[in-house]
Write a protein that binds this ligand. Structure first.
Ligand SMILES: Nc1nc2c(c(=O)[nH]1)N[C@H]1C(S)=C(S)[C@@H](COP(=O)(O)O)O[C@H]1N2
Ligand SMILES: [Mo]
Length: 370
């Protein structure tokens, strides 16, 4: 168990992104920020996070086992699941490590900037009725979800496995999804079956789902007890990472500079827009700054949010005058949570919802012949 206690590494001062981190970033791509234009993210533009390999699963032979502290263990194939009540939820999913690579010092892992997010329409059958049908034992505490993918993480060989506290598992939101955006799940998003836990950071939404096991104790597996905890020091137990902290993103205006991704805009009236979400409570306010945070003004929120678990569009009318600007937006939710303008650091780089900074240069049209 020595390797377990070996803490994840934090980069040395000035240490750049390594080839290992770059390889992870290539496998696990982000949302191109211009895709914030879509209410529902096209499947190929939704971010990805895959700890090990995408497993090779045959939908025809796929089985889901439900066992542990239940009266009637069940084994279901995909046809059985499709015969059950069918629901579609529009859900904004965000990786708990979003924002990690912007922290100083930088936790070494999948190096997300701010784009590890997407919104999809997930279709499947609700989890809670299935658990009830199997007959939950009175002493049930945690529900463990096992994926078919297998790997090694900091020396510990494991199937990807995550538990939800029983109270969260029997809420209305969680579903066993077999479709994304009206089509069968893609291999990279968990085909043929995944869990989707609305409002929770992505690690809870176990892909390639093969087994659901009800425990009469707290699950002590790697992804709950070692990874996905907020810690300042490697030797503390830390606090579990759970629901998504509020965040607003700006859809980058104008057009980009290839290398820096800085934005170029023409002078004149301009609508700055983007999306905002929170897994704790509905977003009730978005504020925008065009002066790097010196002053904040309210943005207009789209009137009807698309359900309780999807991001909300916001808009802000701006008159762009020649010059250089830093644009940011911050979300406030009904629980009063908001986004910090100074980083709140933890060793894993989790739940970092520091406000995004978008560099904008407002430049006049080039003269002909320039
Ligand atoms: N089986 C399994 N499920 C998984 C993962 C994984 O590596 N294996 N990654 C998790 C993490 S950390 C995230 S953020 C989401 C990402 O889901 P997506 O790739 O469909 O966007 O899946 C979660 N479910
Ligand atoms: Mo994640």
């Amino acid at each position: 168990m020595n390797e377990v206690s070996a803490p994840a590494r934090v980069a040395d001062p000035g240490e750049g992104i390594s080839a290992e981190e770059l390889r992870l970033a290539g496998r696990n791509h982000a949302l191109p920020l211009e895709a914030l234009r879509y209410d529902v993210t096209p499947a190929g533009l939704h971010y990805l996070l895959i700890h090990y390999d995408i497993p090779d699963l045959d939908p025809a032979g796929h089985r889901l086992v439900l066992d542990g502290r239940v009266e009637r263990p069940l084994t279901l194939d995909l046809a059985d699941l499709r015969d059950r009540p069918r629901v579609t939820h529009r859900v904004t999913m965000e990786c708990a490590g979003n924002g990690r690579a912007l922290l100083d010092p930088r936790p070494v892992s999948q190096p997300w900037l701010v784009e590890a997010v997407g919104t999809a329409e997930w279709t499947g059958t609700p989890l809670a009725p299935l658990l009830r049908e199997a007959g939950l034992a009175a002493d049930a505490v945690d529900v463990v979800f096992t994926g078919a993918d297998h790997g090694v993480e900091r020396g510990i060989e494991q199937d990807y496995r995550r538990a939800l506290p029983l109270a969260a598992a029997v809420e209305d939101g969680p579903l066993l999804a077999y479709e994304m955006n009206g089509a069968p799940l893609l291999p990279q998003h968990g085909a043929p079956l995944r869990l989707v836990v609305p409002g929770w950071y992505g690690m809870a939404s176990v892909k390639w789902l093969t087994r659901i096991t009800v425990l009469n104790r707290e699950f002590d597996g790697y992804q709950n007890a070692v990874a996905y905890r907020l810690r300042q020091r490697p030797d503390e137990a830390g606090v579990p990472v759970t629901r998504i902290e509020p965040r607003a993103l700006v859809r980058p205006p104008g057009f980009p500079d290839f290398m820096s991704r800085g934005r170029v805009l023409r002078p004149g009236p301009c609508t700055v827009d983007g999306r905002a979400w929170s897994g704790h409570a509905p977003v009730v306010r978005v504020e925008v700054t065009t002066d790097g945070g010196a002053t904040w003004s309210p943005a207009e929120l789209e009137p009807a949010p698309a359900g309780p678990w999807a991001w909300r569009r916001w808009r802000y009318a701006w008159t762009a005058r020649p010059g250089r600007y830093v644009l940011s937006a911050r979300a406030v939710d009904a629980s009063g949570r908001t986004q910090p303008v100074e980083q709140a650091w933890n060793r894993g780089g989790f739940a970092n919802n520091l406000v995004q900074r978008v560099n904008v240069a407002v430049l006049p049209e080039p003269e002909p012949g320039d």
